[in-house]
Design a protein around this ligand. Structure first.
Ligand code: NAD
Length: 254
């Protein structure tokens, strides 16, 4: 229970990696705001947190589209005011996990698909950081973890928009790390490889099998594999780590 008394916010915590991150932070004692785009979207995440052993953190759900500046501002106000007895102050841990894909080969990629992916994955993280960075800086404390992707480091055919958004997240995070270091805030990226979630379940079975063959550890990742790295980055053990991209991909990226 290393995070008792800490407050976390995880965007896109309704399922997949975001849910695993929220549950793991709560298991360590942190109270967690879980965001989703729809009312009731985080019901299963909240139920999983409620089922944790006594002493674990509490959770509250908030609805916000991270690509919508007004929504994110409202999110910031709610967290700092407090909801359901949680919050009332800026988060100690801010995890920008919300993300989407709109895959397609570049020659056929529409502006709308480019803008949608950049809007959620990169601009969304910018907006959420903006909503909390000033208050976190004033508190002189905090960890920001942005969920990128190995694709942001390597590129990937059919994912020019997604790769650009995740590469952008690295630049955003490295810059923020430099600006906020003096205020006691670390900013890092966790770059997952191929993780079993709804996002990757949408890929054809033969693509999934081919990807598994490229993974030295011989299996797809789990959301919990990624959550473990986020928890580490929020822990005291990672106090001297900032501006980094930590790859969680079973050895796939060489
Ligand atoms: P997922 O599709 O299962 O979950 C994505 C979450 O983001 C959902 O909760 C969804 O509601 C939320 N979301 C989407 N758009 C949003 C918006 N505009 N505002 C707020 N929330 C929004 O995906 P996942 O696989 O769990 O992915 C989570 C993160 O991990 C994403 O950033 C993704 O790019 C990244 N990632 C995933 C993999 C993988 O293999 N699954 C690999 C590398 C990186």
């Amino acid at each position: 229970m290393q995070f008792q008394g800490k407050l976390a916010l995880v965007t896109g915590a309704s399922r997949g990696i975001g849910r695993a991150i929220a549950v793991d932070l709560a298991r360590q004692g942190a109270d967690v705001f879980c965001t989703s785009t729809k009312a009731g979207g985080c019901a299963e995440t909240l139920a999983a947190i409620a089922a944790l052993p006594p002493g674990s953190g509490r959770a509250a759900a908030l609805v916000a589209d991270v690509a919508d500046a007004a929504d994110v501002q409202r999110l910031g106000d709610l967290v700092t005011q407090g909801v359901d007895g949680i919050g009332g102050r800026p988060p100690d841990f801010l995890v920008n996990n919300a993300g989407i894909t709109r895959d397609g080969l570049f020659l056929r990629m529409s502006e709308a698909d480019f803008d949608a992916v950049l809007g959620t994955n990169l601009r969304g993280a910018f907006l959420v950081c903006k909503a909390f960075a000033r208050a976190m800086a004033k508190a002189r404390n905090g960890r920001i973890v942005n969920v990128g992707s190995v694709v942001g480091l390597t590129g990937n055919a059919g994912q020019a928009n997604y790769a650009a958004s995740k590469a952008g997240l690295v630049g955003l995070s490295k810059s923020l790390a430099q600006e906020l270091a003096g205020r006691g805030i670390t900013v890092n990226v966790v770059a997952p490889g191929f993780i079993q979630t709804d996002m990757t379940a949408a890929l054809p079975a033969e693509v999934q099998a081919a990807m598994q063959q490229q993974i030295p550890l011989g299996r797809l990742g789990t959301p919990e594999d990624v959550a473990g790295m986020v928890t580490f980055l929020c822990s005291d053990a990672a106090a001297y780590v900032t501006g980094q991209t930590l790859v969680v991909d079973g050895g796939m990226t060489r």
